[in-house]
Design a protein around this ligand. Structure first.
Ligand SMILES: [Zn+2]
Length: 205
């Protein structure tokens, strides 16, 4: 047996049904989810496989990428796709810059222009000077011209309209601390590079 010892403890990226990364888990847990039908394996062509079809794949990969099972070897998935939200514990979505920008898709919520993250700012819809708080419902992405134009006013006072009402997102947050782990090539299409500390700091209420 020359199966790599480390492989069972290596990491697998978990996507929710919308292909958003939500988790990093162990190979052991990934196989458990796959076997129970809670998740499907995703290959580097974005094809999905249930446990049966995954285990039937010809194991034409290096030994380090497989684990031994009764009657042969099975390829270790690097990405799995959840089939349901129900069986995985939900976590409270973190209220931080990254998740606000992600919710607003890097788009100014006043003029609908899409910008790179450094060109956007966070805006209090009801300004703090008028009692507005830092909450999901009161913080939006804004371009700098819109932010300046709005100043210390509410949208109504400034004659500006939000393109959509800000709400707490429903998706589960992806723990970006995971990026400090050694990732796998197969994860890259699902991850964007970010400065984890800046984007993950909890915003002050
Ligand atoms: Zn704008």
């Amino acid at each position: 047996m020359s199966t790599a010892q480390g492989v069972i403890n290596s990491k697998v990226l978990v996507l929710n049904r919308n292909y958003l990364p939500v988790h990093i888990t162990s190979v052991r847990r990934a196989f458990s989810l796959l076997y129970q039908g809670i998740a499907q394996a995703v290959d580097d062509q974005y094809r999905t496989f249930d446990f049966q079809s995954w285990s039937e794949l010809s194991v034409a990969v290096r030994k380090e990428e497989t684990i031994g099972i009764i009657g042969g070897a099975i390829r270790v998935p690097r990405v799995i796709l959840l089939q349901t939200y129900d069986r995985v514990p939900r976590r409270q979505i973190r209220f931080n810059r990254f998740n606000v920008y992600a919710r607003d898709r890097n788009t100014c919520q006043y003029c609908d222009v899409h910008l790179s993250r450094p060109e956007l700012t966070l805006d209090h819809v009801i300004p703090r000077s008028q009692g507005g708080r830092s909450t999901w419902e009161n913080i939006v992405c804004s371009c700098q011209p819109c932010n300046r134009r709005k100043g210390g006013r509410t949208p109504r006072q400034a004659g500006m309209a939000l393109i959509r009402p800000p709400r707490r997102p429903e998706w589960t947050p992806f723990v970006l601390d995971a990026l400090s782990l050694r990732g796998h090539r197969e994860w890259l299409p699902y991850l964007s590079t970010v400065d984890a500390a800046y984007w993950n700091n909890e915003l002050e209420p």
